[in-house]
Design a protein around this ligand. Sequence first.
Ligand code: HEM
Length: 435
Amino acid sequence: MANPARDTSKKSVPPARSGGIATERSPEFSLPLRFFGLGIAAYFVAMLGIAFVGPALTGSPWNPRILGLTHVMTLGAIVGMIMGASYQMVPVVLLAPIWNQRLGKLSFWVFLPGVVAMVVGFWGSMPAWLGIGATLAGTAIAAFLVNILVSLIRGARWNMVGAFLVTALLCLGAAVTLGMIRAFGYLDPAAAWRIPNALTVHAHLAAFGCASLLIFGVSYRLIPMFAVTSEIDRRGWIVLALAGAGILGITGGSLLEAAVCMRAGATLAAASACLWAWDAAAMFRGRIRKKLDPGLTYVATAIGWLILAAGMGLALAWGWIPPGITPDRWAIAYALVGFIGFIGFSIIGQFHKIMPFLAWYHRYSSLVGKTKVPLIKDIYDEKLAWYGYWAAQAGLAIGVGSVLAGAGLLVRVAGVLLALGALAAATMTYQTLKR
Ligand code: HEM
């Protein structure tokens, strides 16, 4: 990897042609960048939305506004970032160039209106908008899945991360298919296909099967790369096997209404999360670069949120919810911990490492040795990133506590803090592109 941490202006070295997350196989920067832009913008809107809907988060998850807000976060922010990161990382980690970049770019313009229409459809309880949005977003995700799967078939060098990726993408396909069946069901509720516990299955396939497994897999490569430590992935296959069995248990148990099977699945999924967390913590402990920057601190903290999510999920599955807290509130607090604390903060943390590097690489790598180039850490305001980190952590802690306590006004405070954290991440993105 080119080492932009040193000013090489005085030395005659060839231009950097390869970085840990960018190589000559990488796609045009504009392909991942458009999805990253959407992801970060949607993350900000979703956090601001928490401040807006506030007290509604202490009620039922079936509230149309919560459904809309959930998809700003899950589809716009999480899936947007996943698509951008996959286009960037597949050529690097699996050495497979992206099959069709034009398809990737075009699909963005189908995905964007699809997400907007879906959110409007949920928010305003307008089934036609929901149906159109689901069709567009589903089509764009299908194009993404085909693009990545063909890329892998044509030239991947297989490894464990590839197995995580394929499992995650299959789960995404299944989650989206189920989501679309449910979305079309709103058009004609009388004719809708009744699928037991569809919401549980859809949300867990997408959140655990897709997003979490993708984070688990790529972290086995990215944490060592960014924290400068050795790869500890011997247990990676066990993590994947436990997670796969867990997803099958949750999905099968929910669809067949077999509580024992669902609980066994939840237990296996929690075990896989804890085992991965153990590996991730070991990689952090063994790092050479002791001082953590905001990006790695986000990633490290997300491991803690994951353990909390695993515990809350187990409690939900086994009916161990503390007295005085309604199951709905527990479920919403659990979703906040999982979607923001683990998935969101992991993505934002890795993004703090990936985005400045890519912006630096595309702007300056060809100038290395010819002129003075800035250091990566100097192309964005690290202090602001720290403020964003602390605002986000405080916001989530307050948010989870106030949802559980039913304190709607405090949820608004949490939303404001989370939005400030997201704004700092968006500012970092802007600064790296502006330099
Ligand atoms: C085109 C893609 C998608 C469609 C069409 C879709 C559709 C839906 C529908 C119709 C519901 C309402 C529940 C129901 O009627 O059963 C729902 C709920 C939900 N979806 Fe999606 N979804 C999509 C993608 C995703 C993704 C990628 C995620 C997560 C990463 C996700 C997470 C959730 C969650 C957590 C809920 C529950 C929200 C709540 O309880 O308020 N969805 N989805």
